[in-house]
Each structure stands twice: as structure tokens, then as C-alpha cells.
Design a protein around this ligand. Structure first.
Ligand code: GDP
Length: 197
């Protein structure tokens, strides 16, 4: 898919304020600092479409971007900040749960995982929750340029083994780098194929 246009639509803190639109949407979510903003900018060929928050974890916004006038890219808040309170964590959970429960136009969630790290309980629990709620999701292993190819392969294989302890098969996954643009074509083509179904 070629990106012809990418426009910011709205940021909001409430699921019921999300755009009243039937356009298909694809959500991007992951732990703070996983490289979500960089990935969104890389995918859309825009330097500053998604902005990194100066105060990570403080603002929990759902950002809608309209891509090629025919689908929404949704930037969901990062999770897993060490410093937030328990009540903030609970609010976050409710907020995300509400998003996935209510947005029937949400076609696929892309869960971002830093390819350098071991499987983290918070990511595994989140994906388990998605699975239990029948939310279709894929994985994107980010920052692939930070690892030597052999190490990258080793980490992904390790992740696969962990996932297979929970699921019968590995969800669809992509490998990305915001610096080399690795994964851009694959992820956009995947979205395009679903949109054309
Ligand atoms: P977010 O908090 O998930 O939105 O993460 P950001 O996109 O702000 O990225 C966090 C940090 O990781 C920043 O310093 C980015 O420059 C860096 N980063 C993000 N993606 C990549 C990548 O693919 N390769 C490299 N080398 N650095 C990355």
C-alpha cells in the first residue's frame, strides 16, 4: 500500500468520543518506549505524525489518524509504566477494555514488542486478554536494527516458544525498524489485503 495521505483526526480520552465512522481501524499498542510513535511515523512516511509524550504515562489518549481517506490508524496509550499508581493502572485497563469492547470497526490490533527483550509478563497477559476476548491481533517486533541478525532470530524464536505455551499457533508477526524502514511494506500490505477482502 502506498501512503497517499495521513491526517490527524482527533485525540480523546473517552472511547465514546472516538470518530463516529464505519471505516476499518487498526490499533497500535505496546509498552512505553517500545517504539510505537517511531513505527507510526515510519509506516506513514511522516516525521512527526505521532508525537512522543513528554510525560510518559500521564496522558491516556486515543489518537485517530485517517490514512488514504479509507482507514483509521489508532494510536493507543502505552502501558507498563513502572511509576504509575495502582489506580492509574486500573483506569488504563478499563479504558483499553472499553476500546476493544466497543469499537466494532477495530479490525486488528498490532501489539508492539521490543525485539531486544525477553517476553515480559505484562505483554503476555495483555495478549492473553486479547485472545480471550476474541480480539484479532498481530505482533510487531520493533527496533530490529539494534540487534545482530542471529540475536534477532534467537529472540524471536524464544518468543515463539513462549507464545506456543499459551496458544496453539503463533499469531501473525512482523519485524520492524523505524530507522531502516524494515517491515513497512509488509505491515501496510497486510492491512491493505484485509481492507480489500
Ligand atoms: P513510544 O514511547 O513507544 O512511542 O516510543 P518512541 O517511538 O518514542 O521510541 C522510544 C525510543 O526508541 C526513541 O529514542 C526512539 O528513537 C527509539 N526507537 C524507536 N524505534 C526505533 C527503531 O526501530 N530503531 C532504533 N534504533 N531506535 C528506535
Amino acid at each position: 500500500m502506498k501512503i497517499k495521505s495521513a491526517e490527524f483526526v482527533v485525540s480523546n480520552t473517552r472511547v465514546d468520543k472516538c470518530p463516529d465512522s464505519k471505516l476499518p481501524e487498526y490499533a497500535f499498542i505496546g509498552r512505553s518506549n517500545v517504539g510505537k510513535s517511531s513505527l507510526i511515523n515510519m509506516l506513514t512516511d511522516r516525521k512527526t505524525l505521532a508525537k512522543t509524550s513528554a510525560k510518559p504515562g500521564k496522558t491516556q489518549l486515543i489518537n485517530h489518524f485517517l490514512i488514504n481517506k479509507n482507514w483509521h490508524l489508532v494510536d493507543l496509550p502505552g502501558y507498563g509504566y513502572a511509576k504509575v499508581s495502582k489506580s492509574t493502572k486500573r483506569t488504563f485497563q478499563k479504558f483499553i477494555t472499553a476500546y476493544f469492547d466497543k469499537r466494532k470497526q477495530m479490525i486488528c490490533a498490532f501489539v508492539l514488542i521490543d525485539s531486544r527483550h525477553e517476553p515480559q509478563p505484562i505483554d503476555m497477559e495483555f495478549m492473553q486478554w486479547l485472545g480471550e476476548h476474541q480480539v484479532p491481533f498481530c505482533i510487531i517486533f520493533t527496533k530490529a536494527d539494534k540487534l545482530k541478525p542471529k540475536m534477532l532470530e534467537k529472540n524471536i524464536n524464544h518468543y515463539q516458544d513462549k507464545m506456543l505455551e499459551i496458544w496453539e499457533e503463533m499469531p501473525e508477526f512482523f519485524v520492524s525498524s523505524a530507522t531502516s524502514k524494515l517491515g513497512q511494506d509488509e505491515i501496510l500490505d497486510y492491512i491493505e489485503a484485509i481492507n480489500n477482502e
